[in-house]
Structure formats: C-alpha cells, structure tokens
Design a protein around this ligand. Structure first.
Ligand code: NAD
Length: 736
C-alpha cells in the first residue's frame, strides 16, 4: 500500500524502514491523517510475515515537532459544540479523542514485532512519545529530545507521563516533564531514555543492527518482574521522592498551571496501577487540562501568537526582505555591548562606537566574557568565539559607518547626547540606512527631530540583559516609515528574538505596565502591607520577580530620576505624593539605590549569605497584621493594575494588535504566563467580571484601578478583546 505521509522500504533481512516525510510541511507533526496512516502501517507490517521488525525514521532535517495543535483545537471545538446539548456525551467524546493516540501507540508497542526509532534533529512532544512507544531508540549525537507541552499549558498526553518514569528514574522523569527542556544525547542515554547514540549517518544501520541482534518486540513494563527505575511509589525511595517533589512543584509553579499539576498526578497515580490503566488516567487528565482556560490562553499566546509575530505578522507588506550585513552600535555600555554581542552572534558585522577607543574596547570585552562563559558550559567553542569577536570592530571613528545598513544608538539617556551622536552618525551613514534608538523613556518622535531622515528613524527597545531577554519592542514614531519598521523587524528576526511593534508614548508598552506593577507595591508598602507578603504574593500571582526585587534590579535611583523628570515635564500632580516620598527617602535619606550598591529594598550581604528584605522598610510605615490581609486581593491588585494599563494601551492605540500586548507582557516582564498575558487575563475572566473587579479595587485603593471607556463599553456586552480586536479579522479562538 502507498501512503501520503510515509514511505516503506523493506530490506532483504525483512526490516521495514518507514520514513515519515509529510508533503508540503517543513516538519513532521502528528495530525489525524498521520494517526490514521500509522495505524494502517502497523496493521500492514504486523500482518506481513516477511517483516521481522520496523525502523521509524524521518525524511526531514528533524524527526518531528509534536502533535498538531490545530488538531487539539478541533477536538476542543467539537467538545464545546456538543457540550450545550449533552454535557456527558461531550466529555466522553473529548476523552475518546484524547485517548486515541494512547491506544494507537499502545497497539504499536504490543504488536509483537520490534519497533526502533531513529531520532535525528529534534524529537519533540508527541513525536518523542511515538519514539518512546518503540522498543528501542537510536539518537543522533547532535539531536535533542524534549516534552515541552507544559510550556504551553498542556502536558504530554501520548503516554509520555507513563513511559518516561518507567524508562528512567522517577525524579529525572519528573524534572524532564515539568521543565519541558531539551535533553541532550549523553544524558538521554545515561538516563535510559534512548538505547544508542550514533552519528546521524549511522542511525538506520544501527537501528537495523539492534533488530538483527534479536531486539524483543516487548516493552520492559510488559514483561514479568518489571521494576520501576525509581522504585515503587509506596516504598522508602518513593516516600523520599514524592513529598519533596511536591514541595518543589509548589515552589516553582505556585500551583498556577493545571498542566504541571496533571503531570504530578499522572506520574504518582500512574505508577500505582497497571500500564493500560495508567494510560487511561493520563488521557482523563489530558481531556481535563485541555478544557482549562490556562491551556487555551497559553497555547494561543505562547505558541500561536509568538510564532506569528516571529514570522513577521506585523511586518509591512510589499517591502523586500533586508539582508543585513553590517550595523553600527553607538554606545558600548551595558546595552550597546549586549546589542553588539547578539548581532555578531547572528553573523552581522558590528562597528561598536563609544567616546574613546578604551570605552569601545571595554564593550567588545563583554562579548569575550559571555563567550568564555558559554565555552565553559560547552555551549560554544573557541572557533565560534573567534568568529564572533572578529565581527565586532570597536572604535571612536564615526567614518567607519559609511557602509552600514542600520545604526542602533544606546548612549546615555540624555536628549543632548543623543542629538550629538545622531548628527555625527548621519554625517557618515549611507542615505538609505536606518537609525534606531534604544531609548527607554524618550519619545521616538522627539528624538526623530534630531534626524535629517525622520522617516528612517525608529525605536528598537531591548531589555536587559540583552542576550537573555527574548522580547524587543519596535517603536513607531510619528514620522517613522514602513521601510524602517521592516528593517527593524528583519534585524530582530535575524537575531532570533520576538518583536512587538507599538506606537510612540511615554514608557512605550512594556515599561508603562511594569511601572504600574512597581507603583502598586509602593502603595502596598505605604498601606503597611508587610514587605515579605508583597513579594511572596506577587510570586503567587505568577510573577517571576517580586516588585521590590525587580525595583532593586532596575535601580531605585532610576525610579527616583524618572519620577522627578515626570514632575518637571508634567507637573507635581503627575506623580503620587506617597511614591515620591518613598523613593526620596530610599535614595536621599537612606542611600539605598538598589542591587547595584548592595542596598535597596533588600540587603545584599557578601556571599554565601543570601539577600534578605531590608528590616528598615518595616519601620517606615505602621505595619498591618498579616493575618488580616486579604491575600487574593493583593494578587488581584497586581494582575489588575497591569491588565488595566494594557487595556488603556489598546484604547490609546499604543498597542494595535492584542497578540502583542499578551506576548509582550509575558516575554517583557513575565506577566503571569498561565493567564496567556495581560489581555488574555481580562478575556479569561470576561470584561464584565474584570470591570466589576476594578470597581471594587478602585473604591478601596484608588483611581489607578479606574476602568477606561473602552473596558466599560466592552463590559456591557461582555465582549472579548480577541473578538473586538481580532488580529486576523475573524473572531479568535481561545485554544490553538
Ligand atoms: P550605559 O551608561 O551603560 O552606557 C552608555 C554608553 O554610552 C557608555 O559606554 C558611554 O560611554 C557611551 N556614550 C556616552 N556618550 C557618548 C557619545 N557622545 N558617543 C559615544 N558613546 C557615548 O547605559 P545603558 O544602560 O547601556 O543605556 C543606554 C541606553 O539604553 C539608554 O538610552 C537607556 O535608556 C537604554 N536602555 C537601558 C536599559 C537598561 O536596562 N539599562 C534597558 C533598555 C534601554
């Protein structure tokens, strides 16, 4: 028989090599057609007496990317449609659909013939689960495997939660499942997740060799006397494992992620029962998690929207792609040095300019130290380091900008300095080159006035540390043209970061929201909420850093500068009196500038002592009794103050695409990822409920919670942002 997605070649030894190569797709994914065909292939090969074993290989550069998320979307759609008519039948249907892959893979591993997976490139999610249901796995020495479903709010539902803890130690399996990160060949072999590691060219021959050497077509867990690598749940080893594992799970997730919770349950419960029952347990939880708001929102933002933005969803149409060969970076300080590094790493030549040669050299040295660290962690090599460094030319000579495609300015946050360097650079840059500023606070339209070519002037706002932060905000000034936006987006794609394009406003999008987060913490301090509660409840709200710690990292004297600058620009009423009093006291009275001088909201003693909240903070305000504080309300305040600011940004047209508000809030400052982002948080509870929450908070805590007109109007019909501002012009589905 012939198949659309697979080719079968059987050799003279009776080994069938099934090559998975989906037409018209760059990567293999598991969809309904693949499942149907794979089942037929299993039937065909098992029935064929001439076939003694099967090798499953990929015809693509990489083994496979996982289950097709649109298939899950379809499953959820069918469920929702049926739910209003017959709730029980709808739930059964969702379970049956979720269970289908488990049944298929179970059929594969109990067919009696040996199956071996040949893993090249990457085997992710469902595709790795297909390999785990083989009786052996041969992995290329440069390949990677991962079960990353937890990162989009799901969990591996094709037997991954059951086969991993039966192949490797439960502790390792839990970490692999809960972190969702890559496992490299050495570790995969040591853990028992793969059988052999060989160069890619030898994958199929090694797989055949295993079959020819008598590999059994039976999984270890189907053999009598099978022992779990991490021992039984009810055993001394299990007793030592699960209670701390549960504590770590709580610490890492704050129990905010149904997908992660299901992993804990599946592994614990699944290891207590026979394998077939365990798979049913997994499918039940999968159907449950798939219905959760968290999974819907996370799939949409962290998979769909991110992919769309990375592929240029906001790139102006009709402009040819820019091949960026060389850029100039002005200012070799913290940001400039980081920008030079990520650019050189992406193969772009960089002219790194500072006031003198010494300062420029210092900026280049940053790349050297980052590469040295990478080499020590085996993430880079001496050759790669040399190549990166050879691309960076440190200098104080602006004439070297004569053949750049773009200049990114990252000098001091001072309009006068920025004016001087803009003029100096434009005197040498080619006519068509784009000038980008990395300013964090000065409106791009104001800076564009210093340029001879304001239509070629754009904001490219990086976040610190540049090499770690995945988001870049592109700012469109009043006169910025499409070509400049296209150049900025092509550059960001080249350095493999995720862009959002926003319109010009004070603080742009990300910092506007972050400032709300920190200022709500100032309010809480002044109300006498104990500082430890502020920090801990922010983490329970799903934020990666408490607001006080974040403020220490960004520097309290910077907040001091921003607040005083705002007063100078907009008058005394533009900032809250209690905020300026707090920041003045911290900086001027106590000399507490943040982490940089070892004294901020936290004290930073010499290592190995750990940082701790500054005891003096409690003395600044009379303290409330912790037990009398409504914890959920503190959590709501953090979410709501950011979300309403995001809604204002949508109303003011700062953000024109709601996907960007969601992706930007998660990648820019870690806004509770389980919500799907600041706008999905509102859609998740409904605009009506959100406006009610705001009204309650406004009454108690002030007008930072005042709903804007847009929200009030939307709440009347409980309208969703993704319907009203649909990025595709059609009502957006919540799940992928
Ligand atoms: P920095 O003080 O570390 O670096 C600024 C560099 O500019 C210094 O090396 C300085 O010598 C150089 N410089 C000053 N005048 C110059 C001139 N005339 N010609 C050439 N070089 C000159 O500052 P930074 O933190 O890297 O910030 C740079 C810019 O990036 C600012 O606009 C800032 O607002 C913005 N930014 C900073 C962050 C952050 O977290 N630090 C984040 C986003 C954006």
């Amino acid at each position: 028989m012939s198949y659309e997605n697979f080719k079968i070649e059987t050799d003279s030894d009776g080994i069938a090599v099934v090559t998975w190569d989906m037409p018209g797709k760059s990567m293999n994914v598991i969809d309904l057609s693949v499942m149907e065909e794979w089942e037929k292939i299993i039937d065909e090969l098992v029935a064929d007496d001439a076939v003694k074993g099967v090798v499953l290989a990929s015809g693509k550069k990489t083994f496979g990317a996982g289950a097709d998320l649109s298939m899950l979307q379809q499953m959820l759609g069918e469920y929702k449609q049926k739910f209003s008519e017959d709730n029980e039948a709808a739930t059964q249907l969702l379970f049956d659909n979720a269970y289908r892959l488990n049944q298929l893979l179970r059929k594969q591993e109990t067919s009696g013939k040996p199956f071996v997976a040949a893993i090249n490139g990457q085997a992710l999610g469902g595709c790795l689960e297909m390999c785990l249901a083989c009786h052996a796995r041969v992995m290329a020495d440069d390949a990677k495997v991962a079960l990353p479903e937890v990162k989009v709010g799901l969990f591996p539902g094709g037997g991954g939660t059951q086969r991993t803890p039966r192949l490797m130690h439960t502790q390792e399996a839990l970490q692999f499942l809960l972190k969702g990160g890559n496992m490299h060949p050495g570790k995969a072999k040591a853990n028992g997740l793969v059988t052999e590691v060989v160069p890619e060219g030898e994958l199929v021959s090694k797989a055949k060799e295993l079959i020819n050497n008598g590999l059994k077509g039976v999984q270890p867990w189907d053999e009598r006397g099978f022992r779990l690598p991490g021992n039984k749940v009810y055993s001394p080893a299990g007793f030592q494992l699960f209670p701390p594992a549960n504590a770590i799970y709580r610490r890492e997730t704050q129990d905010n992620y149904p997908g992660a919770r299901a992993i804990m349950k599946c592994v614990y419960e699944g290891l207590l029962v026979p394998f077939d029952t365990a798979l049913k347990i997994e499918s039940r939880y999968f159907a449950q998690v798939l219905r959760s708001t968290e999974a819907s929102m996370m799939i949409r933002t962290l998979f769909m929207s991110m992919q769309e933005l990375n592929k240029g969803a906001r790139r102006p149409k009709g402009i040819e792609k820019n091949e960026i060969g060389k850029i100039g970076v002005l200012g070799a300080g913290l940001m400039g040095a980081g920008i030079a590094y990520v650019s050189a790493k992406a193969g772009i030549d960089v002219i790194l300019i500072d006031r003198d040669q010494e300062a420029a050299d210092k900026g280049k040295a940053h790349s050297e130290s980052l590469e040295d660290k990478a080499i020590s962690k085996k993430r880079s090599t001496a050759e790669k380091k040399e190549e990166i460094l050879s691309r960076i030319t440190p200098t104080d000579d602006y004439s070297k900008l004569s053949d750049v495609d773009m200049v990114i300015e990252a000098v001091f946050e001072d309009s006068n300095v920025k004016k001087i360097v803009t003029e100096q650079a434009e005197a040498h840059m080619p006519e068509g080159a784009v000038f980008a500023s990395n300013t964090s606070t000065i409106p791009i339209s104001d800076l564009a006035k210093f340029s001879k070519r304001p239509e070629q002037f754009v904001g490219i706002h990086f976040f610190s540390p540049v090499n770690m932060m995945m988001l870049v905000e592109v700012i469109k000034g009043g006169k910025t043209g499409d070509k400049a936006i296209a150049m900025a987006l092509d550059y960001i794609a080249r350095i493999k970061k995720t862009p959002i394009v926003v319109n010009d406003t004070r603080g742009f999008f990300v910092n506007r929201c972050v400032l709300r987060y920190m200022s709500e913490a100032y309010n809480m301090l002044s109300e006498g909420v104990p500082p430890a509660m502020i920090e801990n409840l922010a983490k329970q709200a799903g934020m990666p850093l408490g607001p006080l710690q974040l403020n220490d990292e960004t520097a309290i004297d910077l907040s001091h500068k921003i607040l005083h600058q705002t007063i100078r620009d907009l008058g005394e009423d533009a900032v809250e009196k209690r905020h300026i009093e707090l920041v003045d006291a911290m900086v001027e009275k106590h000399g507490r500038l943040g982490k940089k001088n070892g004294k901020g909201f936290y004290d930073y003693p010499e290592k190995p002592a750990k940082k701790h909240l500054w005891p003096g903070l409690k003395e600044m305000y009379p303290q409330q009794k912790a037990d009398e504080i409504d914890r959920q309300e503190i959590i709501d305040r953090f979410h709501a103050t950011i979300a309403v600011e995001a809604a204002r940004c949508v109303e003011e047209n700062v953000v024109v695409d709601v996907r960007e508000a969601d992706v930007g809030s998660i990648l820019g400052f870690g806004f509770a990822p389980f919500t799907g982002g600041a706008i999905s948080y509102i859609d998740g509870m409904g605009t009506k409920a959100f406006v009610e929450l705001l009204a309650k908070l406004e009454k108690k805590y002030g007008e930072q919670f005042k709903a804007n007109d847009l929200l009030i109007e939307m709440a009347k019909n409980d309208e969703k942002f993704y319907d009203r501002f649909s990025p595709t012009g059609e009502p957006q589905k919540e799940a992928a």
